[in-house]
Each structure stands twice: as C-alpha cells, then as structure tokens.
Design a protein around this ligand. Structure first.
Ligand code: CP3
Length: 334
C-alpha cells in the first residue's frame, strides 16, 4: 500500500492521493442516494455506509478509502441529540454546568458506534488490497467545542467562555474525550482500518499557549492509544506547526495557508506530510489546476513522505471532472 509506505517515510513509485470528504455532495452518485436516505441513515446502516464509502473509488484512482461517518456520531453517547440539517450538524448542547453534569460519561465503541466498526470490517474485504482503508475521529478539543457550541460557529465564543469560567470541568471533559477517542480509533484499527486521521479542525482558534494546554496533550493521548499510523489535521496549522508535529502522529495534514515545502523544512523531514491544495483551486482551468498540483509536489521536493490531498474537505460546488484532473495530475507527476 503506497499510502502506508508514504506514512512510514518509505520510498514509493509515485505519491499517494486521497481527498478529505471524498464521499460527499460534489458526487452526483452521492446526491442521488441522498434523495432516498438521510445522512443519519447512511451513518446508521453498514450496507449503506459501505456503498457510499466506495463511490469515489469507483470514479477516481484514489489510494485510500475513508469510512463514511462523521466525527460527531460518538458524541451521541453523552445523551445529547444530534441532527444533520441544511446548515450543518446541530447538537443538543448543555447550557449550564449543571446540565453538562447530567451528560453520560461512558463510551464503549462496540455499544455506542457498532455501525462504523461493521462498515470498516466489510470495507476491508471490498477495497482492493493495495488501497488503504482509513478510519477517523475528532480530536478532543474539536469534539468538546462542538458539544458545547452545538453547531458550526466562527470564533468558538461559547467554548472560550467555558474555558475561561469552567477550566477544570473543561479539562475533565477533554481528558474523558481523549480516552473515548483513543478507544474509538483503536477499535477502528481492530475492525480493519490501516491508518486513521485525527481531526483537530478547530484547534487553530487557540493561542499557541492555549493550544499547548487545551488541545495538544489530549490529541497526544489519543494518538498514543492507536496501534496503526495516525495523521493529525488542524485547519490553520502554520502558527502551531512545531507543537502539532510533536503530537506523535506519523503524518501532519497541512492546510493550504502555508507552503508545504516550508512545513517540511520546519518539521525537519521526520514526519510525513499530507496536502495541501486549496479546495477552491479545483475550480481553476484544467491546465492551471494541474500546474498547482505540480507546484505542491515540487515545493515538497524529492524524497518520500508526501501524500497528496486538499487542505480541507472538498466542497459541493466542485465539478466532478475537475477532481479527475487533480487525481490524474498526481499520477502524472515524476
Ligand atoms: O472524508 C470523508 O469522506 C469521510 C466522512 C466524513 C464526513 N465528515 C462526512 C460528512 C468526515 C471525515 C467528516 C469529518 C468532519 N465532520 C469534521 C472534521 C473535518 C472538517 O471538515 O473540518 C467536522 C468538523 C465535521 C462536522 C460536520 N459534518 C460539519 C461541519 C458538516 C456540515 C458541513 C457539510 O459539509 O455539510 C457535516 C456534515 C457532513 N459530514 C457531510 C458529509 C458527507 C454532508 C452531509 C450531507 O449529505 O448533507
């Protein structure tokens, strides 16, 4: 599997490629299935989740499949309600500390998230042997932010007021979510995931000192529990690159707001890097898009350890044939 070889910094005949949110609404085949089933139905039934996970691999020469689910699914174990609406997911967030104290504190992957485990074990048999199967989870800071905010927000003002006013309780929950997510990812590895990605998407809203207090130790605890290679992702990693590289993961996923060659120099080539096309560069004319992909490969430079991906998830407005240009350009690059 060239994906795993790249994660281990071993040489590969070409660079591996996959796409964050590769099974999503930019695919006509996904939208068609979505007319018949809700997102929750996909995530709640293994046969459907398998079918959706495989859609992008039928269409593009990708080197990895990622299991179809969402980082928020395990948060239902707290007892909070979860809904996927037109405007994004909505969780029944606690309004007060008293309310948070009524939330359930136990999590067992086999009891609370059996579908993702079943999906992974079916997928590992269905996906070609040379392609990696990826599991994933949200990192504790990003998960707790969602749990306390309840929905997509811009500056995490609610999470930050919990951090200011209820520091101990916030740490208690971050530690709990680290235990939960460590067990969750490990169960995914046992079920068939060859590698996992840990999404700390929102951790860049923190100052570097707060990142060291509220995000890094808990992400590190999750990574230390996982027995397969781990990729760590923060959207906006430039300001905390050195700390993020110390999380213990095999790879860092770099968003598009920094040069990947600079990231490689600053991480001293000891960790694999993933990325980092601006998701909206997929809208460029085909020759320019191809050029952008080549520039990223060139900037990373020679030697192993580069996995091509976008700097964040693909968005619904991207034309499907543009994705083929991106993937083919990676295959063409020498
Ligand atoms: O990458 C994959 O294809 C695997 C599946 C996956 C989804 N979400 C499916 C999904 C993964 C790995 C995620 C991660 C995720 N989910 C993150 C971390 C990465 C990131 O993008 O920042 C976060 C913060 C979430 C929470 C979430 N789920 C949001 C903010 C949204 C709304 C935005 C959007 O794209 O709709 C979702 C919904 C969601 N998760 C969809 C998909 C395919 C769209 C659902 C639909 O069909 O309507």
């Amino acid at each position: 599997m060239i994906m795993l070889e790249a994660l281990e910094l071993n040489p590969t005949p070409r660079r591996p490629v996959w796409i964050m949110r590769q099974a999503g609404r930019y695919l006509a085949s996904y939208r068609k299935l979505r007319e018949k089933h809700s997102f929750m139905e996909f995530a709640g039934k293994a046969e459907l989740a398998v079918e959706v996970s495989l859609l992008p691999l039928r269409q593009y020469e990708l080197d990895a499949a990622i299991v179809f689910s969402d980082i928020l699914i395990p948060l239902q174990a707290t007892g909070a309600t979860l809904e996927f609406t037109e405007k994004g997911p909505v969780l029944g967030a606690p309004k007060t500390t008293e309310e948070l104290r009524t939330f359930s504190t136990d999590f067992d992957p086999k009891t609370h998230t059996p579908v993702i485990l079943e999906t992974l074990s079916i997928l590992r048999k269905e996906v070609a042997a040379e392609k990696a199967l990826l599991g994933f989870a949200g990192a504790p800071f990003t998960m707790l932010s969602y749990l306390l905010e309840g929905k997509l927000t811009r500056d995490l003002s609610i999470m930050k007021s919990w951090m200011a006013n209820e520091r101990e309780l916030v740490h208690e929950w971050l530690d709990r979510l680290a235990t939960w997510m460590g067990g969750y990812l490990d169960a995914q590895a046992v079920a068939g995931a060859n590698a996992v990605q840990l999404f700390d998407t929102w951790a860049s809203v923190l100052s570097p000192k707060d990142f060291e207090e509220f995000a890094l130790p808990y992400a590190r605890k999750v990574v230390s529990e996982v027995t397969v290679p781990c990729i760590y992702y923060v959207n906006g990693v430039a300001g905390i690159l050195d700390q993020a590289a110390s999380v213990g993961a095999q790879a860092l996923s770099i968003d598009w707001k920094m040069d990947i060659g600079e990231a490689r120099k600053r991480t001293s080539q000891v960790i694999a890097l993933q990325g980092n096309l601006d998701p909206y560069h997929l809208l460029l004319p085909k020759d320019l898009l191809r050029e952008k992909v080549f520039q990223i490969c060139e900037s990373y430079g020679r030697g192993p350890g580069h996995i091509l991906n976008l700097g964040h998830g693909i968005v619904p407005s991207i034309p499907e044939d543009q994705v083929k240009v991106f993937v083919d350009a990676v295959h063409e690059w020498r």
